[in-house]
Design a protein around this ligand. Structure first.
Ligand SMILES: C[S@@+](CC[C@H](N)C(=O)[O-])C[C@H]1O[C@@H](n2cnc3c(N)ncnc32)[C@H](O)[C@@H]1O
Length: 239
């Protein structure tokens, strides 16, 4: 997944305004965080576009499963550290004031058990009073199986046509992204298979709450997909 498309990722998603999303995130973070440190981890950071702006306000690190995307992220953010790991099982020595997991990356958890594992693992890496912000994938009600989608890029030296049919298998949204990519050297075709879990708001809330986080749901979020915000209890100082 993402190996072949890594080199085109930023162009394909150039419609996203990462700087504006980070401005919104920082507002939520400053409102809810209860710890005082500035350590941030972006889980499933992709090519590091959020990190570029988050690093202006935080000591920011990134984590992702894809070596190809991490290489892009490291080029974009040469001062940040990166970790190649799975969000369910990563084990870092540091604890963070802020952990983000954005642009529906949590959807790659194929079952409720995996979802719970990932949220629990991220929550475990927070300092007391730290905050977890997760932008979800679509809910079962919003996903429309049997629909066809296309994206077209027409730059002078790069043409991309990406087409897919959206399908459902049980609790999973399933789609093959067919890419036709033309450059001055050659035109190639490749397919990426994606499977993302369709979780309800209640299931997402439960994953956060069972991880011990005080949880809020912002229905619009950064891009209309919603945003879950969980805060780990601050340490109590009994007198
Ligand atoms: C839609 S991209 C989002 C990337 C980035 N957050 C952004 O906003 O551009 C989904 C990301 O999830 C990562 N990913 C998928 N499964 C993962 C897992 N189990 N652990 C860590 N990262 C994962 C992919 O490699 C990819 O970078």
């Amino acid at each position: 997944m993402y190996a072949e498309m890594a080199q085109y990722y930023d162009r394909i998603y150039s419609f996203k305004d990462y700087q504006a999303e980070v401005a919104l995130l920082i507002d939520w973070i400053e409102t809810h965080v209860r710890s005082r440190g500035r350590r941030l981890l972006d889980v499933a950071c992709g090519t590091g576009c959020h990190l570029e702006f988050l690093a202006r306000a935080f000591d920011a690190e990134g984590l992702d499963l894809s070596r190809e995307l991490l290489a892009c992220a490291a080029r974009r953010n040469p001062k940040s550290s990166f970790h190649c790991a799975d969000m369910r099982t990563f084990e870092l020595a540091s604890r963070y004031d802020v952990i983000t997991c954005l642009f529906s990356s949590i959807g790659y958890m194929p079952s409720i058990e995996d979802l719970n594992k990932a949220v629990d693992n991220m929550a475990r890496h927070l300092v007391p009073g730290g905050i977890l912000l997760v932008e979800p994938w679509l809910t079962p009600e919003v996903w429309k199986p049997g629909t066809v989608h296309g994206l077209f890029i027409d730059d002078p030296d790069l043409t991309i046509a990406r087409v897919n049919t959206s399908l459902t298998q049980g609790r999973l949204s399933v789609f093959d992204l067919h890419h036709l990519v033309g450059t001055p050297e050659k035109t190639v075709h490749f397919v990426e298979h994606h499977e993302l879990g369709l979780y309800t708001v209640e299931e997402m809330m439960e994953a956060f709450e069972t991880s011990g986080l005080q949880t809020m749901y912002e229905s619009d979020g950064l891009t209309g997909r919603g945003l879950y915000i969980g805060v780990r209890a601050a340490e109590s100082h009994a007198s």
